[in-house]
Ligand binder design. Structure first.
Ligand code: CMC
Length: 385
């Protein structure tokens, strides 16, 4: 309990154990390692669904019938297309910029192309429509930026392809094989929503001021980028490359534990058991790994073994970021696009939560416990030391 001149209130570091909203979208049972989307276990969604269907489900609350899914898919395909202004703009981005910065900038530009009416004047329908546009166009932005920075022609979407396969087409310039499209679709489903995670919370905060959905999503992208959240997947691969081989894992990990360093891809605020998404991705990683990746996968499995032996008793297990990078690597995605791909998936959750919260909106306005001095005298400049 903190004390301030104006009253007393609870303080929870990092808001641990605090519920900030009521949501019917996804639930994590951290003790047993269970994740559900609107009641359906993630394993069932992964096996049977598609990103388009999962997005519809998260946004609107029901599994779509055929017509609903067809209409939704058609609408999303319309929104994928890049405007000629967007293409020109992306071509001029600094080539060395991080793709997460490019993504924020693109969403901002998109919001300026068709400015939504101010907060209270925008209908829920208009808000939702803008959200759908962002979900549909994010992959086009990521692919366009990657091609532009590599001096390649920016491609428009191929509307004969589903969402994930089209992203790979726009990135690589050729239609992907079935397996690559499937694994990316699976990764998109697995990352689409995850309760009140940091980036989702930040989109709530922005949206709660009745700001527009573009601003909310930009906030989410910025929050996701950090290494404690979505940025961990990039660092997992870098760490494994540094370890180099399974034989080096013991010394590396034991030294890191001794020095109280965090091992990327492990630990979670909510899961105190194995993250179910990591379990699914681990199986894929093992099967997919080509020659180059298989050494990394072997190293990862050794790292996991040591971590399980040393820290699983503290509730630290692999999280989704530990194995996702292998899937992306195996389908030819550059390392610095791993976190943007997380954003391309999580955007469904961000938009869904913003829509949901708009209907129960109250501005977020927590307190800070002031621990500075009070009644300090103002010292004129010429009397200061
Ligand atoms: N490696 C080693 N020790 C760890 C790790 C780790 N990855 N994660 C937590 N711990 C230890 C930590 O040192 C602390 O130990 P002690 O109590 O002895 O000081 C204890 O576990 C609690 O850690 P915390 O940092 O207070 O836990 P948190 O709930 O604030 O943080 C986390 C959760 C995910 C930020 C943290 O586990 C972490 O930094 N992990 C590495 C980064 C990572 O993989 N992030 C991706 C998260 S999953 C994808 C997503 O949703 O973004």
């Amino acid at each position: 309990m903190g004390k301030e001149p104006s009253g007393e209130f609870e303080y929870s570091r990092g808001l641990e154990g605090v519920s900030a909203a009521i949501s019917a979208m996804s639930r994590i049972d951290g003790d047993d390692g269970i994740l559900i989307y609107r009641g359906i276990p993630i394993e069932i969604m992964a096996e049977n669904s598609t990103f388009e269907e999962a997005t519809y489900f998260l946004l609107f609350g029901n599994l779509p019938n055929k017509k609903e899914l067809d209409d939704f898919t058609t609408e999303m395909k319309e929104y994928r297309k890049l405007t000629s202004e967007e293409i020109e703009w992306i071509k001029n981005f600094p080539k060395g910029g991080h793709p997460m910065d490019a993504l924020k900038t693109c969403v901002s530009y998109m919001g300026m192309e068709e400015p939504p009416p101010p907060g209270e004047k925008q209908t829920l329908r208009g808000f939702t429509k803008n959200g759908k546009k962002i979900i549909a166009r994010l992959p086009s932005f990521v692919a366009a930026f990657d091609r532009a920075r590599n001096g390649k022609e920016i491609l428009q979407p191929d509307n004969s392809l589903p969402h994930a396969a089209n992203f790979l087409y726009m990135l690589h310039g050729e239609k992907p094989d079935e397996e690559s499209a499937k694994i990316l679709d699976l990764a998109f489903i697995l990352h689409a929503d995850h309760g009140m995670n940091a980036s989702t919370f930040s989109t709530y905060v922005t949206s709660s001021t009745l700001s527009d959905i573009y601003s909310s999503i930009i906030t989410g992208i910025g929050t996701l980028r950090g290494p404690l959240h979505g940025g961990a997947n990039e660092r997992v691969v870098a760490m494994l490359q540094q370890i180099g081989s399974p034989e080096n894992a013991e010394d590396y990990i034991m030294k890191a534990i001794k020095e109280h360093k965090k091992i990327m891809g492990f630990g979670h605020r909510v899961y105190k058991a194995y993250d179910p998404r990591a379990k699914i991705l681990k199986d894929y990683a093992k099967n997919l790994a080509g020659k180059e990746e298989s050494k990394l996968v072997e190293t990862a499995i050794k790292v996991e073994e040591i971590m399980m032996r040393e820290v699983s008793k503290k509730g630290i297990f692999p999280n989704v970021d530990f194995y996702s990078g292998f899937a992306y690597k195996a389908i030819g995605i550059p390392t610095d696009l791993f976190t943007p791909i997380f954003a391309v998936s999580r955007v469904s959750g961000w938009v869904g939560h913003c829509i949901e919260y708009r209907q129960q909106n109250r501005i977020f306005r927590p307190r800070a416990i002031y621990n500075g001095p009070i009644d300090v005298e103002y010292t004129p400049m010429d009397e200061r030391e």
